[in-house]
Design a protein around this ligand. Structure first.
Ligand SMILES: Nc1nc2c(c(=O)[nH]1)N[C@H]1C(S)=C(S)[C@@H](COP(=O)(O)O)O[C@H]1N2
Ligand SMILES: [Mo]
Length: 346
């Protein structure tokens, strides 16, 4: 992975930085976008005193229509992070425009601006997820079936890329653990393996002659990592549906690990007895391990890992901050690695 210190924002794609709106206004905006109604005359901006507090949201003209009609109901029920407790950080959010325009999604190209530029035709409806391997209820499930029983909630997490930049992002989703329980893994299920869509037609990175990754992109977690309540399946960001460049329609978020573990656009989840291969580990095992826990004491062979740049970076602030063990989530997850040598199991 390359290191760049400044986001490549495409000015043509981005509106001026948005004000933060109330979630209700946001949902009204997305409904009107879905039905092609101009979003004038909607309730005004929220005040801090308003109910569940200020809700961040996407600039109205970037609000996308729902991938399918049933998404509207799903998103109307988002439970705010403030009510669901201990998982969210109160650090300032990385602005929406940075979250959706500075991306790693090699299926759409390797530059940070490639995913937003090259994913416009990406189709997320219909979408299904295959559940395979050591599990009592394998099958191919439609996305609607996957999401149906789960209440969505917002979680504001730090995302720390191995390239040394980080963001604070309000995801919308639900605990992976709740999904896993539904499919009843067998006693042999020690790991969970995830696969991204393979579709060279719509993913130009997959047909590039210069690609180094063997597609589809794959990732994996140990079962106890997958069952940790922090581990999230995200279907939205900033109260809105995930844009393609952020891994629509469903992606993993593992906030205490380097960003490459947080695999996008998932089409298959497999339960296995042995440790699965992962894309970056297959490519450069000495640089990217299976665990990939954020660790300021274990450096990448080509750069240190004890600092990071919190995006967005401005002319006036360098936004350099210390990297925290487990990306600041040690209290929740350090016990998972008790007794392990983390310099070997990087
Ligand atoms: N399928 C797939 N998933 C992926 C990647 C990718 O190239 N392909 N990049 C990873 C990396 S390196 C990071 S840092 C995060 C970035 O997520 P974001 O673009 O939503 O911030 O996605 C991860 N998930
Ligand atoms: Mo990354």
């Amino acid at each position: 992975m390359l290191i760049k210190s400044k986001p490549d924002i495409l000015p043509s794609e981005i509106t001026p930085e948005s004000v933060y709106h109330d979630r209700r206004r946001f949902i009204a905006g997305s409904l009107s976008a879905a039905f092609g109604v101009a979003s004038v005359g909607l309730p005004g901006l929220a005040s801090a005193a308003d109910g569940d507090g200020l809700r961040a949201q996407a600039p109205t003209d970037l609000v996308r229509s729902a991938p399918a009609p049933w998404w509207e109901d799903k998103f109307a029920s988002i439970a705010p992070a403030v009510k669901t407790g201990g998982f969210s950080t109160s650090e300032p959010l990385t602005p929406y425009r940075d979250v959706i325009s500075y991306n790693n999604f090699y299926e759409f190209g390797t530059d940070k601006g490639d995913p937003i530029a090259n994913s416009k035709q990406f189709k997320v409806d219909p979408w299904s997820v295959a559940i395979e391997g050591e599990v009592e209820k394998p099958g191919v499930y439609t996305l609607e079936d996957i999401l149906k029983p789960h209440a969505l909630e917002e979680r504001v997490y730090r995302l720390r890329c191995v390239e040394r930049w980080s963001m604070v992002i309000p995801w919308v989703g639900f605990s992976l653990a709740d999904l896993i329980k539904r499919f009843q893994p067998t006693s042999k299920a020690k790991y969970v393996e995830f696969f991204t869509l393979l579709d060279p037609e719509t993913m130009p990175g997959q047909r590039s002659r210069f690609t180094t990754i063997s597609w589809p992109y794959r990732e994996g977690l140990r079962m106890d990592e997958a069952m940790n309540p922090l581990t999230l399946l995200a279907v939205g960001v900033y109260g809105n549906y995930l844009p393609p460049q952020n891994g629509a329609p469903i992606r993993l978020i593992v906030p205490w690990k380097y960003g490459f573990k947080s695999i996008k656009s998932i089409v298959k989840i497999r339960f296995t007895e042995t440790q699965p291969d992962t894309s970056w580990n297959m490519l450069a095992a000495n640089e990217y391990g299976f665990y990939a826990n954020v660790n300021p004491e274990v450096h990448h062979p080509r750069w240190r890992q004890d600092m990071e740049t919190r995006l967005p970076q401005t002319l006036f602030s360098s936004s350099r901050i210390d990297t925290q063990p487990f990306n600041g989530y040690g209290e929740q997850v350090a016990s998972l690695y008790k007794g392990m040598d983390l310099s070997k199991n990087y």
